[in-house]
Design a protein. Structure first.
Length: 100
């Protein structure tokens, strides 16, 4: 017989750094080397191409909620910090770290 404890579910919230981009987007292309630099420094960034992938576009809408409406769009799910458009490396790293 199972006790009540066998049916308890624990939900873990996993922090994610998300980048939504368009394949042909010039601003996204400008951000690519900065994103790759962060990855080399150990940041895990999930990347989603939204212009040619409807599933990824819907995922962006889920996180965007009217904040940006375009690409590139960066979301830190832990801090709630987001960036709309291209930015410099220092600002992108602060976003990844969840800082102002």
């Amino acid at each position: 017989m199972f006790s009540y404890n066998h049916f308890l579910c624990i939900n873990f919230f996993v922090m994610a750094l998300l980048e939504f981009y368009g394949k042909e987007c010039s601003h996204c292309k400008d951000m690519s080397p900065l994103v790759e630099r962060l990855k080399k420094e150990g940041f895990e960034i999930e990347q989603y191409e939204t212009w040619h992938n409807e599933e990824h576009a819907k995922k962006q809408q889920k996180y965007d909620k009217g904040l940006c409406g375009g690409v590139p769009f960066f979301m830190n799910t832990d801090s709630g910090k987001w960036i709309c458009g291209a930015t410099d490396y220092v600002s992108l790293k602060k976003w990844a770290e969840g800082k102002e």
